[in-house]
Design a protein around this ligand. Structure first.
Ligand SMILES: *[C@@H]1O[C@H](CO)[C@@H](O)[C@H](O)[C@H]1NC(C)=O
Length: 453
């Protein structure tokens, strides 16, 4: 390591990070507020109840102005198999509660003022953002921590610091620019083999959905563990020696920044849709495998709008090209979302199972067992139609269907719907630690099955 270069680097980074930190903390004054928004958990028991609630939702959404949040799924979707929850604007909540009373639908109010939860999510952690943990030089110099949620500028400074601090382990690469011109980065982490033999690779990505902040925090945490504990932890050394990790800490930075500044619960990209005032495409419905075949959403104002055509989104094109490039090397592809605590296998568009479902499922069970062993957090395992809902044009289905990567998963992180997208910052560390236990199981399996001695 060139210490002179590192020292110079630390100084400039420290200066720029303290300068840039402050304005980031405040959302815009005209940010959308969620005062009086309600989260309602419900259990339906009949097809009639499903129909009445779905009709009410459709009617409300038809009347709404340009994508304003009035009623949408918070956990799961409207069904009678399992409980789910809805997010309701104050003007809609009374109608839904009335329907519940009239039809004898069981419900529980999870939150009656979502703005107070939003205010709490990052606030407490800001004061305690200095922890006892030694997160390493890349984190220190960039202002990155896992005690609070950070803006994209901090995450990006951290990404840029990694190859400078760990030149023997890390290279970074630009995948492409977003709609608004931000850079999507991939971090390649792995110790090159001295004999030059190619290593099996694992893909980890996060932040395709803007509001799912914990996904990016968890993935950067795992990345940081891998680089900072390489010399001290024998298992981590084995992983970094034997596997190449390709990590995209933030797939949709435009949407992510928008959730910090304007609308906390925004999900999509920031594309302006021609002929429609509603902004954005659901990037996780925009891949060209079974695009728009299941729950096809053609209305741009809906949160799962899949775009006018596959790969309409530059963020998706950036990822797709890199994954295709790495096709032969990637043995696992894991995309992180929140929330619901699910470890999902392909496919989302059909109930049909893939030919290697048994082993892919078995490994997911092993991963979630290891995850649970740390704090008792339970993750359910299954395909999306089995345990959540059908969906098509997702990155998981693309990774399996187009490139035949063997171990493909979508992981929905903490929690099961209480805080949901607003998971408090104090849960970043436990989420990172437990999820890493699961990912280690998968990485060790990849080594066992694919690494050449
Ligand atoms: C899951 O764990 C069991 C018990 O350790 C092991 O026998 C099995 O091979 C594992 N499955 C996979 C796919 O690694």
């Amino acid at each position: 390591m060139n210490f002179h270069r590192l020292a110079v680097f630390c100084v400039c980074w420290a200066v720029s990070s303290s300068e840039m930190q402050r304005p980031e903390d405040d959302p815009d004054k005209d940010a959308l507020r969620y005062d009086g928004f309600v989260v309602l958990e419900m259990t339906l028991t009949s097809d009639l109840q499903v129909k009445l609630l779905t009709d009410l939702k459709e009617e409300v959404r038809r009347k709404e102005e340009h994508g304003t949040t009035t009623i949408e799924e918070w956990t799961g979707s409207i069904n009678k198999e399992r409980p789910f929850s809805l997010l309701l604007a104050p003007k809609v909540a009374p109608d839904v509660l009335m329907l519940c009373h009239k039809e004898g639908i069981q419900y529980e109010i999870v939150w009656n003022d979502l703005q107070s939860v939003i205010d709490l999510q990052n606030a407490e952690a800001v004061s305690s953002s200095k922890t006892d943990r030694d997160d390493g030089i890349a984190a220190q110099t960039s202002g990155m921590t896992w005690a609070r949620y950070h803006r994209y500028s901090t995450i990006e400074r951290y990404i840029l610091a990694l190859p400078v601090v760990h030149p023997d382990l890390v290279t970074i690469e630009r995948l492409g620019l977003t709609y608004e011109g931000r850079q999507v980065w991939v971090v390649k982490l792995g110790k090159p083999r001295s004999d030059g033999i190619k290593k099996p690779a694992i893909w980890l990505d996060a932040g395709i959905h803007a509001r799912e902040w914990i996904s990016s925090a968890t993935v950067t945490f795992m990345l940081n563990e891998l680089v900072t504990k390489y010399t001290s932890d024998p298992i981590i050394r084995r992983l970094v020696d034997q596997v190449d990790f390709y990590v995209v800490p933030m797939v949709n930075p435009d949407g992510f920044e928008f959730t910090h500044q304007k609308e906390r619960l925004f999900r999509k990209t920031r594309r302006v849709n021609p002929f429609n005032a509603c902004i954005g495409v659901d990037a996780n419905r925009n891949y060209d495998f079974q695009w728009q075949t299941e729950r096809a959403e053609l209305r741009p104002c809906e949160i799962t709008f899949g775009g006018d055509f596959p790969y309409s989104e530059p963020e998706n094109r950036a990822l797709f090209e890199k994954v295709l490039d790495l096709k032969g090397d990637l043995k696992s592809f894991i995309t992180f979302h929140s929330h619901s605590q699910l470890w999902m296998l392909p496919y989302g568009y059909t109930f049909d199972l893939t030919p290697d479902d048994a082993v892919v499922r078995d490994l997911a069970v092993n991963a979630t067992n290891a995850l649970r062993a740390l704090y008792g957090t339970v993750f359910r395992v299954g395909t999306s139609p089995e345990i959540l809902y059908t969906s098509s044009g997702t990155s998981r289905d693309f990774a399996k269907g187009r490139t035949q990567i063997k171990y493909v998963y979508t992981v929905e992180l903490r929690d099961t719907g209480e805080f949901g997208f607003l998971l408090p910052a104090e849960q970043i560390l436990p989420s990172g630690l437990e999820t890493f236990e699961g990912v280690k199981v998968i990485a060790l399996r990849i080594i066992e099955e694919f690494a050449r001695n």
